[in-house]
Write a protein that binds this ligand. Structure first.
Ligand code: ADP
Ligand code: ADP
Length: 235
């Protein structure tokens, strides 16, 4: 079964059609890309999956169970972590404190979060390194990291705290070519760690570099849905 499945989901803001008849599957160890220009409904789709909005029609299921998430907390408790474009970091806080920020114990599994400072520093360094980022000084304010590095810290954090599904809101939107490459490599590392990833982007090139499934939205409607095999040229 899919980790997350949207089946024919619609969402209206009053008379405005934000999403209509959109379907999406997210599987463990795969990256599902959602493509579309401004106004396509990408943010609305994220908000439904992240527990900020509820859909008006269709079905939203997590691991086969139909759900309506009442809050972001509920999404997180069910293993869905969302990394927003404007990362909710505290710029002057050390990297390690941001890594553990808001990490009070949640229901369910995951490593014990009651750790001492020394251990939190070490854990942050180790977890970043495990994903391929060698940050020597985890005491530096997170505001001194590049946008790409901050995305990577946020992704490493979600992986460490046991997320099953990682929703990424335009993680490369503000980045140059090099930084984008680093972040995409990192997204692939999360996939290789077994997470199901939802990659929201308006950049088809980035989607095709790492994606396994593709959904194309236009003005709230789904104008395309493809698997990797369907869009690759070789047989
Ligand atoms: P995207 O993230 O792809 O730019 P959105 O999901 O933000 O698209 O928006 C989809 C449509 O819904 C747009 O027409 C947008 O103007 C509209 N919309 C989004 N949020 C609201 C809201 N809170 N109230 C009314 N209309 C909204
Ligand atoms: P939910 O999925 O939580 O029920 P709502 O449908 O209540 O979400 O709307 C989500 C947000 O969009 C709210 O902040 C609401 O005020 C706003 N909103 C809904 N419809 C409109 C609209 N037609 N124009 C502007 N904002 C709207």
């Amino acid at each position: 079964t899919a980790l997350v499945e949207l089946d024919d989901v619609s969402k209206y803001y009053g008379n405005i059609r934000a999403l209509e008849g959109v379907s999406l599957e997210v599987h463990a160890g795969e990256i599902s890309c959602v493509l579309g220009d401004n106004g396509a409904g990408k943010s609305t789709l994220i908000k439904i999956i992240a527990g900020l909005h509820q859909h008006d029609a269709g079905a939203f299921s997590i691991e086969g169970e139909e759900v309506r998430l009442a809050s972001p907390r509920e999404a997180l408790d069910r293993g869905i972590a969302t990394v927003y474009q404007d990362l909710a970091v505290v710029p002057l806080m050390p990297v390690w404190r941001n890594f553990f920020l808001g990490s009070e114990p949640t229901r369910g599994s995951g490593p014990s979060k009651r750790l001492d400072v020394r251990l939190m520093r070490e854990t942050t360094r180790r977890e970043l390194l495990r994903m391929g980022i060698d940050l020597r000084d985890v005491d530096q304010p997170i505001g001194t990291l590049s946008g790409g590095e901050r995305q990577c810290v946020a992704i490493a954090r979600a992986v460490y705290f046991g997320a099953k599904v990682l929703v990424l809101d335009e993680p490369t939107a503000a980045l140059g070519v090099k930084q984008s490459g680093v972040v995409l490599k990192y997204v692939a590392a999360a996939r290789d760690a077994g997470l199901g990833v939802v990659l929201i982007t308006h950049n088809p090139h980035h989607a095709y570099l790492v994606g396994d499934r593709f959904v194309l939205l236009k003005r709230g409607g789904m104008v395309g849905s493809h698997s990797k095999q369907e869009i690759t040229l070789d047989e």
